[in-house]
Design a protein around this ligand. Structure first.
Ligand SMILES: Cc1cc2nc3c(=O)[nH]c(=O)nc-3n(C[C@H](O)[C@H](O)[C@H](O)COP(=O)(O)OP(=O)(O)OC[C@H]3O[C@@H](n4cnc5c(N)ncnc54)[C@H](O)[C@@H]3O)c2cc1C
Ligand code: SF4
Length: 325
């Protein structure tokens, strides 16, 4: 049995209270929302904070509502709530689909969209017990000096494994952050960085307060595809999010983001040349699928054949676009 390390559990009444608690215990504290990822990671001794600050009862982190020209989703809303929300389903079906395909039902009832955006990266050599990791001499991300994937000690390439961020990126969403220095808003497209140890621009004493998604025009079509070993529960081996602005079945703009391969989601480039001003014909779909394949290079950070995952990029992109066509 894996036991949790000891910690003190704090229940702030509001956002300011939560931020003050994070500052008071700086260096020995982490926020906890649903705990569906943090607690298993603490059992694996990947994190051992002496203090946890609980976010689920912070009122400022709740609510799904239209706010001017955007849909605002509070960070502490559960994935289940997001997946069934009528506004999300009406305006952003790919987000409802992604949230509804995270893990399994119990985890979606506890896990939050904020926790999903802040999910730690994952790796075959990292998400293991201390005994397992010690036997291999640990690794760069935690307690060691070398990366077992790249075989050098310079960079961690653990996989970004959350389902909602690639979709949020294609929808032009932003992350609303609050910290000791005040509030700021960062586009999801600029939020993630290619560093598997800490893969976002969020400071450790900042909280995600909400996600803000611009309300779409009438021509937006969206799709989400997820490849995993067991559809009932597993993390993604690959996911593909697409948003296409269309008028009379002709593509205006196409945004495509692929994830679960490297440390951050990756936007596929060059799609305007392939699809702009055209219908989603078989030729356009095939060329876009090949473009995505050329730009994706999975690593052996997940215990599934990297060449097969790469081949599946083209397959899943084709399925996503055929669904839209
Ligand atoms: C068996 C299993 C299968 C899973 N499958 C998937 C899957 O298919 N897809 C997927 O995306 N995830 C999966 N997960 C991971 C997890 O359940 C989800 O990502 C979930 O959304 C995490 O949210 P949470 O609220 O539980 O986060 P927590 O576990 O509470 O926190 C996760 C991290 O985010 C930080 N955090 C949480 N909220 C905030 C905030 N508002 N501001 C700043 N930091 C914050 C925490 O400090 C922690 O570092 C799986 C987990 C398990 C155990
Ligand atoms: S990618 Fe390398 S450094 Fe990062 S968790 Fe995996 S083995 Fe460790």
């Amino acid at each position: 049995m894996l036991r949790l390390p000891p910690f003190t559990y704090h229940r702030p009444a509001g956002l300011d209270d939560a931020l003050a608690m994070l500052s008071a215990h700086a260096g020995d504290v982490m926020p906890i929302a649903g705990g569906t990822d943090l607690l298993p990671n603490m059992k694996h001794r990947l994190f051992e904070p002496g203090h946890l600050v609980a976010l689920k009862r912070v009122p400022e982190l709740h609510g799904i509502a239209v706010d001017g020209e955007v849909l605002r989703i509070g960070a502490a809303e559960t994935l289940h709530a997001v997946s069934v929300d009528p506004l999300v389903r009406r305006h952003f079906p790919s987000l409802a689909e992604a949230a509804g395909n995270v893990a399994g039902p119990q985890l979606r009832n506890m896990g939050t969209i904020g926790g999903n955006v802040c999910l730690d990266t994952r790796c075959t050599y990292y998400n293991q017990t201390p005994f397992w990791r010690q036997a291999l001499g640990y690794c760069l991300k935690k307690d060691g000096e070398v990366c077992h994937v790249t075989k050098v000690g310079r960079k961690c390439v653990a996989a970004h494994s959350a389902d909602t961020p690639p979709v949020l990126w294609t929808l032009g969403a932003s992350v609303e952050l609050a910290g000791p220095g005040g509030r700021r808003t960062v586009p999801v497209a600029e939020y993630f960085v290619a560093d598997g140890i800490w893969n976002s621009v969020r400071e450790r004493d900042e909280l995600v307060v909400a996600l803000r998604i611009p309300l779409p025009g009438p021509g937006l079509r969206t799709a989400f595809r997820k490849l995993r070993q067991r559809n009932a529960i597993d993390f993604p081996l690959l996911n593909v999010a697409v948003a296409v602005e269309m008028e009379d079945d002709v593509v205006g703009e196409m945004r495509m983001v692929v994830s679960a391969l490297g440390s951050r989601p990756r936007a596929i480039t060059g799609l305007a040349d392939i699809a702009g001003g055209r219908r989603l014909s078989d030729d356009v779909v095939d060329t876009a699928a090949q473009r995505a394949f050329q730009q994706c290079h999975p690593l052996t950070n997940i215990i599934v054949d990297a060449d097969w995952r790469r081949a599946m990029v083209a397959v899943e992109v084709r399925r996503a676009l055929q669904g839209l066509a």
